[in-house]
Design a protein around this ligand. Structure first.
Ligand code: BES
Ligand code: MN
Ligand code: MN
Length: 457
C-alpha cells in the first residue's frame, strides 16, 4: 500500500491536468442539443478506462445515452466490487453567474471549478486513478472490479434501471461502491447510509384559447397564473406539513437512537443559515435541520412560468400557466403511490374554470441500508487512510435513483463514500471540487480496494 500511496502522491498534478480534459466535455443530459457531447463524453470515459488498464471496455447503447462498462476480473477468490458513477452533468444556467467558464476547468484556492467537478466526473475520475495506481504499481488489483458509468443519472436513470434488471448475471458482485455525494463537512469524512427518493411532475393549466385583454375580459374568466398559485398554496400548511391526503402514510418514523446520534454531529445551525444567506430557516418545527433534510419528505416548486414578465407593464390575462414540482421521498414511500395521491389531490383542489394536466417526469425510490456490515467497516478503514480521520455515518437529502435498484435487483450492499462538500455548488453556478479531498479520495479509494481484497467472499 505504501508504494501505491507514494505513486499517487507523486502523480498529484498529473491527475488534475487529466481531469481538466474530462471536465471540458459539456455532457448535459437534460438538453437534447448536447446529445453529441454526451456521446463524446461516454467515449472519453471508455478511452480513459482502457488507459488505466480495465478490460473489455465498451459502450452499451440504450434508447437514451450510452452506458460505459469495463472490468478487471483477474483476482480469483477475491470479492467483486461493482463501481457506479455518472458522466452526465446538469445544465449550467444562469451562465452569467459563473466566475470562469463552466467547461474550462480552472483552479482557484485549491479547488477546481467546472460543471461536473464534484457531481460526478471528479469523483468517478478519483476511482479511475486509484485503479490505475494499483495496476501500474502492483500489476494487479486486490479485488475484481466491474465498472458501470451511466449518462442519464441527472435525468432519472430510466434506461440504466432497465439494463440492471435485464443483466443481473453480468453485474453480479459482492458490493456496490459509489462516490457521488458529499462528505458531512470539511475535515469530516462520512459514509452515507440513506438517500431520499424523488417524484417529479409538470403541471399545465389552460384558462382560454388565447391570452386576453385584461380590461375587456377581466372578471369573467379565470386567471391561470392565479389558479396555479392557489393550487400550489394548498400543497403545504404553514407549519411545513404537506397536505396531500395519505402522503405521510408510509413515512418511516425516525428512531430515538438515530435522532440522538445525529445530535452528536458537528452541526452549527446559525452558520448553516448564514452560509445559505437565508433570513430565517423554514420547515417542520418538531424536527431539527438535519432531520428535515435527511429523513423528512418535502414538496418543492422548481419553477413557475406564466404571463408577462418582461420590462414595463402589460395588461393581460395569460392563457396558460405551468409549474415544475417535485417531492423528496423517504423510506418507505413509493414514487408511484405518491404520484397517484398527488394527481388525485390536484384534481380535487383545481377549480372547473381551467383545464389541468399533470405529467409525471421521473422518479426514484428512497434508499436506506443497515450500515453494520463488513464492507462498510472496510470503507471506514480506507477513509481513515485517505483522510486521517474515521468517518461519521450520515444520511443525505439528495437522490441517486439507481442505488435502490442495485440493492433490490442484485441483492448486494452499497457503500456510499462521497468526497464532495455540501457547499461546492453542485447543480449551481461555480460548481467546484476541493483538490485535497480529490487527492485524499484517490488514496482512500486505492486503500478501499486493498481492504475489500482482504475480505472473504
Ligand atoms: N449526486 C447527486 C445526488 C446527491 C446529491 C446525493 C447530494 C447525495 C448528496 C445526483 O447527481 C443528483 O443530483 N441526483 C438528482 C436525482 C435526479 C435528477 C433523479 C437529485 O438528487 O436531484
Ligand atoms: Mn451525482
Ligand atoms: Mn446531480
Amino acid at each position: 500500500m505504501f508504494d501505491i500511496t507514494d505513486f499517487i502522491n507523486t502523480n498529484r498534478d498529473r491527475y488534475v491536468t487529466e481531469l481538466k480534459d474530462y471536465l471540458a466535455i459539456p455532457s448535459i443530459s437534460a438538453l437534447p442539443h448536447h446529445a453529441g457531447d454526451v456521446r463524446r463524453c461516454a467515449e472519453w470515459t471508455a478511452d480513459e478506462m482502457r488507459r488505466v488498464g480495465l478490460d473489455n471496455v465498451r459502450l452499451i447503447d440504450t434508447p437514451g445515452n450510452p452506458i460505459v462498462y469495463g472490468e478487471w476480473l483477474k483476482a480469483p477468490g477475491a470479492p467483486t466490487m461493482l463501481f457506479y458513477g455518472h458522466y452526465d452533468v446538469q445544465p449550467v444556467d444562469p451562465l452569467e453567474l459563473w466566475e470562469s467558464p463552466p467547461f474550462e476547468a480552472t483552479v482557484r484556492d485549491g479547488e477546481i471549478y467546472a460543471r461536473g467537478s464534484a457531481d460526478d466526473k471528479g469523483q468517478v475520475f478519483m476511482h479511475f486513478k486509484a485503479i490505475e495506481a494499483h495496476l501500474k504499481k502492483a500489476g494487479s488489483l486486490p479485488i475484481n472490479i466491474k465498472v458501470i458509468i451511466e449518462g442519464e443519472e441527472e435525468v432519472g436513470s430510466k434506461n440504466l434501471d432497465q439494463f440492471i434488471v435485464a443483466n443481473k448475471p453480468m453485474l453480479a458482485a459482492d458490493v456496490v461502491v459509489i462516490s457521488d455525494s458529499a462528505m458531512f463537512d470539511r475535515g469530516v469524512p462520512s459514509i452515507c447510509y440513506s438517500l431520499r427518493g424523488l417524484a417529479y411532475f409538470q403541471i399545465d393549466l389552460r384558462g382560454t384559447s388565447s391570452d386576453l385583454h385584461s380590461g375587456v375580459f377581466g372578471g369573467a374568466v379565470a386567471n391561470p397564473a392565479m389558479v396555479l398559485a392557489q393550487i400550489l398554496a394548498q400543497m403545504k400548511d404553514k407549519g411545513g406539513r404537506i397536505k396531500i391526503p395519505g402522503f405521510y402514510d408510509n413515512v418511516r418514523p425516525l428512531s430515538e437512537e438515530e435522532r440522538a446520534q445525529w445530535k452528536t454531529l458537528p452541526f452549527n445551525e446559525k452558520k448553516y443559515r448564514k452560509d445559505l444567506g437565508a433570513p430565517k430557516l423554514a420547515g417542520e418545527k418538531e424536527f431539527t435541520v438535519l432531520e428535515r433534510v435527511w429523513a423528512r419528505p418535502t414538496f418543492e416548486v422548481n419553477g413557475i412560468l406564466s404571463g408577462f414578465t418582461g420590462e414595463g407593464a402589460k395588461t393581460v390575462i395569460p392563457a396558460v400557466a405551468m409549474a415544475k414540482v417535485s417531492m423528496r421521498l423517504v423510506p418507505d414511500q413509493k414514487p408511484d403511490r405518491v404520484a397517484e395521491l398527488f394527481e388525485a389531490y390536484v384534481k380535487n383542489v383545481a377549480p372547473k374554470t381551467v383545464e389541468v394536466k399533470v405529467t409525471r417526469m421521473h422518479g426514484g425510490e428512497p434508499w436506506i441500508t443497515d450500515y453494520d456490515n463488513p464492507y462498510v467497516q472496510a470503507a471506514g478503514r480506507a477513509i481513515e487512510q485517505g483522510f486521517g480521520r474515521t468517518p461519521v455515518f450520515c444520511r443525505e437529502g439528495g437522490s441517486i435513483p439507481v442505488v435502490s435498484t442495485f440493492q433490490r435487483e442484485l441483492g448486494i450492499p452499497a457503500v456510499l463514500f462521497g468526497v464532495g462538500l455540501p457547499d461546492e455548488n453542485a447543480h449551481a453556478p461555480n460548481e467546484r471540487l476541493d483538490l485535497t479531498n480529490f487527492h485524499n479520495g484517490i488514496v482512500a479509494s486505492a486503500a478501499l480496494y486493498t481492504e475489500l481484497g482482504g475480505m472473504k467472499t
